[in-house]
Design a protein around this ligand. Structure first.
Ligand code: BES
Ligand code: MN
Ligand code: ZN
Length: 496
């Protein structure tokens, strides 16, 4: 987890035995710290020979530069200032952190000629550093020799003109990093260690931050007639849980906003069992629930002025003599009946009851659910965008904008009557699978039948929550996708 970096903002810092990082934009003069870090100008020759042009995220490293107090110099390119996006500041922080290596003291000169660095951008840079620092190696008993030599603590001083304002934003950055790293840990953890009960306990730990947490057991779900989620759980030896998290940072009279997550701790497919190849990745089928839990952590840790609900449906989908069968018909909490066509279309069953319960109990301003719901969204959008489905154009537009700002991108997909018809069943009110065609859309249509008239958005994160491509800010299999996106949405539109 975090805690490895001790980050502070300052107007200057001593350079003895440090890594000095200097940000530089293309086609401009030397970076701010250069005169200090390289008094004899030895880097000029290295720049010349290497052809360093300060392209976006390009780096040039000098070791033991003559005449410098610093052990190493790192020039980090930002490209052309007019092309810089908000997300690039996180990427730059991550790209810098990737080069910290054995240094236990780092000084970053953030300001560059041709660039006015705001406090928010400086804080985003710090967040990028924190996110890049994440590793998941709790189960590696043989540490590599190189890792042994890495310092346990790294003091990072970020020198910038906006240091005073940036320092005020540092707590927020820490809160968000804590949420993202929590989500990554939850998704990376193996399924034998993280079952529904154990996941619920992780949610419970948010009480330390002032979140109210209730855990619904099988008995509670039975009394609430949540037969859709119970049907999924019945093949597993491990009982299901629903965690209800409430953060009350807003005014008492304000209706809450709500986030609902699919938390299938392992998805074998059930009786409609999945092929063996890659099945181990289905430990990540709780990526939606992990994002909701990470978001609640972030909101509480930064004391967001909003009332927010997080509800996660936690189950394991397994084949067994007691497992649900194709052909079964279950009655969901809403009273609507569902014919089970494919036991591997289990996520929508979990969400059907969780969404209905959320809407019924809390009457929220909106509901956003996150789910690793379909392989079809991977076919459509790959790992680059999550699928966005919504019954509300304003909410969809706000989400898309937050996606652009955070780099956690969304692509809106259609909903419509014709797709809705595809999930009508011969024997019940609806069926849980309509086959391959438009698979991500028919799954969304299914969820839509459980949200009433409440503004709602469904994010299909099957391609973005896990198996994530490496980037400047993440080398982890689990990205923690959704935490920064939704924190941004809340920050921009829903805090009082
Ligand atoms: N958890 C899977 C979806 C998934 C696939 C997530 C790949 C992450 C990576 C989901 O429960 C599932 O099995 N969906 C089926 C639905 C089908 C049976 C209608 C699918 O997408 O094939
Ligand atoms: Mn499945
Ligand atoms: Zn699943």
């Amino acid at each position: 987890m975090s805690g490895k970096y001790e980050i502070r903002f300052a107007t200057s810092a001593p350079l003895e035995k440090t890594l000095a990082v200097m940000l530089q934009v293309a086609d401009q003069g030397a970076p701010a710290g250069l005169a200090e870090a390289d008094p004899q100008g030895v880097s000029a020759r290295a720049v010349e020979i290497s052809g360093f042009k300060a392209k976006s995220m390009g780096t040039l490293e000098l070791i033991a530069p003559g005449g410098s107090a610093a052990d190493r110099l790192l020039l980090l390119g930002l490209g052309k200032p007019e092309a810089l996006t908000a997300h690039d500041w996180l990427r730059a922080g991550g790209a810098a952190a990737a080069q910290f290596k054995s240094s236990s003291k780092v000084v970053v000169f953030l300001d560059a000629p041709g660039l006015q660095v705001s406090a928010r951008q400086a804080a985003d840079f710090a967040l990028g550093v924190m996110l890049r620092g994440y590793t998941f190696d709790a189960y590696k008993t043989k540490k590599k020799d190189d890792d042994e030599k890495l310092p346990k603590k790294v003091a990072v001083t970020i020198v910038t003109g906006s240091h005073a304002e940036a320092a005020k934003l540092l707590d927020d950055a820490n809160a968000v990093a804590g949420g993202v790293l929590l989500a990554r840990d939850l998704v990376n953890l193996p399924p034998n260690v993280l079952g529904p009960v154990e996941f619920a306990e992780k949610a419970r730990q948010l009480e330390d931050l002032g979140v109210e947490v209730e855990i619904l057991t099988e008995k509670d779900m039975d009394e609430l007639k949540m037969n859709a989620i119970l049907g999924v759980a019945q093949g597993s030896a491990r009982p299901p849980r629903i965690a209800v998290m409430q953060w009350k940072g807003g005014k008492a009279k304000d209706a809450p906003i709500a986030f609902v997550g699919k938390g299938v701790v392992f998805d074998s497919g059930g009786i409609s069992i999945k092929p063996g190849a890659g099945m181990e990745e289905m430990k990540g089928d709780m990526g939606g629930a992990a994002a909701v839990t990470g978001l609640m952590h972030a909101l509480a840790a930064r004391k967001a002025k909003v009332n927010a609900i997080g509800i996660i449906g936690l189950v394991e989908n397994m084949p067994d003599g007691n497992a649900q069968r194709p052909g079964d018909i279950v009655t969901s909490m809403s009273g609507q009946t569902i014919e089970i066509i494919n036991t591997d279309a289990e996520g929508r069953l979990v969400l059907a009851d969780a969404l209905w319960y959320c809407n019924d109990r809390f009457k929220p301003r909106f509901m956003i659910n996150l789910a690793t719901l379909t392989g079809a969204i991977l076919v459509a959008l790959g790992n680059q965008h999550a699928g966005l489905f919504s019954n509300d154009d304003e909410l969809a537009a706000r989400l898309s904008a937050a996606g652009e700002a955070t780099g956690e991108k969304l692509w809106r997909m259609p909903l419509g009557k014709e797709y809705d018809k595809m999930i009508d069943s011969k024997f019940a009110d609806m069926k849980n699978s309509a086959g391959r065609h438009a698979g991500a859309i028919t799954a969304a249509q299914f969820l839509k039948r459980y949200v009433g008239d409440t503004p709602w958005a469904h994010l299909d994160v099957a391609g973005t929550a896990m198996n994530s491509p490496s980037s400047e800010i993440s080398q982890s299999w689990a990205s923690g996708y959704g935490v920064r996106l939704l924190d941004r949405l809340v920050r921009d539109h829903y805090e009082t």
